[in-house]
Design a protein around this ligand. Structure first.
Ligand SMILES: Cc1ncc(COP(=O)(O)O)c(C=O)c1O
Length: 429
């Protein structure tokens, strides 16, 4: 009988984790050490030359972090993965080997506000730039890609508007242009969506959110599909050409499908230093063990809350893609068949003032700048997470001033609804 491929529930617990070789510890230990002892001088030289894989120094590699990398690569269906200190670090680390001064990334105009700011302003300091496009307008995406484009970037489920990207269509365009597609899969998680199955080259996450799942750590990861041909053109010299810092080593020629992964560790973590600490990796591994159970409950609760809000006469509109009334309902069943996650917005007929009063009137909800927690969370995006954006950018991103963002947690759905009901009564009096 052919060997059965383990299912997601099995892999989220076991992938990357094996009993500790030194002690037999069943849970992945927190290797709280900066450095690792070399066997001898030859061993040290081989590790530094990338001729042997092993542990040198925890800015580069660490066994607890390595277990998480293997788990994330497995769950996303990638060849390798590199963890880093935050979701924002993951975005910079993903772009770093691809970009150079004068190069650009073509990005969706529906992105987390912090990413819009990072791409609009901060990356300019490296001489990079971003072109923001409506990713529902496929001709515009195609037209925006020029000779200097080195990546296409979008979110599978966009924060905060619940917009779902047609990943297959965007991947086809990126592919034709010979540039990698990077997908931020934070809101969906690999349980709801696997962007590599839809043609993505790299997948990035803020592990701060649903992956850890309880608001305890800040972390990020880049998963490498291993499928992109970095040598097909002269656009990606950091991966295809000799690397002076490694005696002329060519990453793609030497490491094949793991070229990006090795480069992100050997150059990215070594020189940018945005490393994930082992304790954060341990908490994230523990969170991922229950990912599928939590995401099922997050989605079920979100459907109930969104349905209740949609029929409430104080509410102008609800953006949840899991509602049959959403323009993205059909797309979500193709891209995220198990559910549309638990992040969405709704607008109040009484506008901005009522939104502010609502936020000040909730009891069960926590008013915080985060999402993907066990607890239900609420925020007014336009004045916080999307504050640095222009009003047009806010509207495009689904964060207009009359809109409140919810991240529905794992409490009893009836209690979540009751809290919103009493707060709406105060806000819309
Ligand atoms: C979709 C998305 N991507 C990236 C980030 C950035 O992640 P981090 O806060 O871990 O840097 C966030 C943060 O809210 C996010 O919501």
């Amino acid at each position: 009988m052919a060997e059965k491929t383990p299912g997601f529930d099995t892999l989220q617990i076991h992938a990357g984790a094996r009993p500790d070789p030194a002690t037999g510890a069943r849970q992945v230990p927190i290797y709280q050490t900066t450095a690792f002892v070399f066997r001898d001088a030859d061993h040290a030289a081989a590790l530094f030359n990338l001729q042997e894989v092993g542990y040198i120094y925890s800015r580069l590699t660490n066994p607890t972090v390595a277990a998480l990398q293997e788990r994330m690569a497995t769950l996303e269906g990638g060849a390798g993965a590199v963890c880093c200190s935050s979701g924002h670090a993951a975005q910079l680390m993903a772009l770093f080997p691809l970009m150079a001064p004068g190069m650009n990334v073509v990005a969706s105009n529906r992105l987390y506000g912090g990413t819009v700011t990072q791409f609009s302003h901060t990356i300019k300091r490296f001489g990079w730039s971003a072109k923001f496009v409506d990713f529902d307008d496929l001709e515009a995406v195609e037209a925006a890609i020029d000779d200097n484009t080195r990546a296409v970037f979008c979110e599978s489920i966009a924060n905060p508007g619940g917009y779902i990207t047609d990943l297959d269509a965007i991947a086809a365009i990126s592919n034709r242009a010979g540039v990698p597609l990077i997908v931020d899969n934070t809101t969906a998680t690999p349980y709801l969506c696997r962007p590599i199955d839809h043609g993505a080259t790299l997948v990035v996450h803020s592990m701060t959110k649903y992956l850890t799942g309880n608001g305890t750590v800040t972390g990020g990861v880049i998963v490498d599909s291993g499928t992109f041909d970095w040598s097909a053109s002269d656009k990606f010299p950091a991966l295809s050409q000799p690397e002076p810092a490694y005696h002329g080593l060519k990453f793609h020629e030497t490491f094949g499908p793991l070229a990006f992964t090795f480069n992100a560790i050997a150059i990215g973590l070594r020189d940018l230093g945005m490393t994930l600490n082992p304790q954060a990796a341990h908490y994230t591994l523990m969170g991922i063990e229950t990912l599928s159970l939590r995401m099922d409950r997050h989605c079920a609760n979100a459907v109930k809350v969104a349905q209740w809000l949609e029929q409430d006469e104080r509410v102008a509109r609800v953006t949840y893609a899991g509602l049959p009334s959403s323009p993205y309902f059909d797309r979500v069943s193709r891209i995220c068949p198990k559910g549309a996650s638990s992040l969405f917005t709704f607008a109040l007929k009484d506008g901005y003032e009522a939104c502010v009063k609502l936020i000040d009137s909730v009891n069960l909800f926590s008013h915080v700048a985060n999402l993907g927690d066990t607890r239900s969370l609420i925020i007014h995006s336009a004045s916080t997470t999307h504050r640095q954006l222009t009003e047009d950018q806010q509207k495009a991103a689904g964060a207009a001033p009359d809109v409140v963002r919810l991240s529905i947690g794992l409490e009893d759905a009836d209690d979540i609804i009751a809290d919103l009901d009493q707060a709406l009564t105060k806000a819309c009096a």
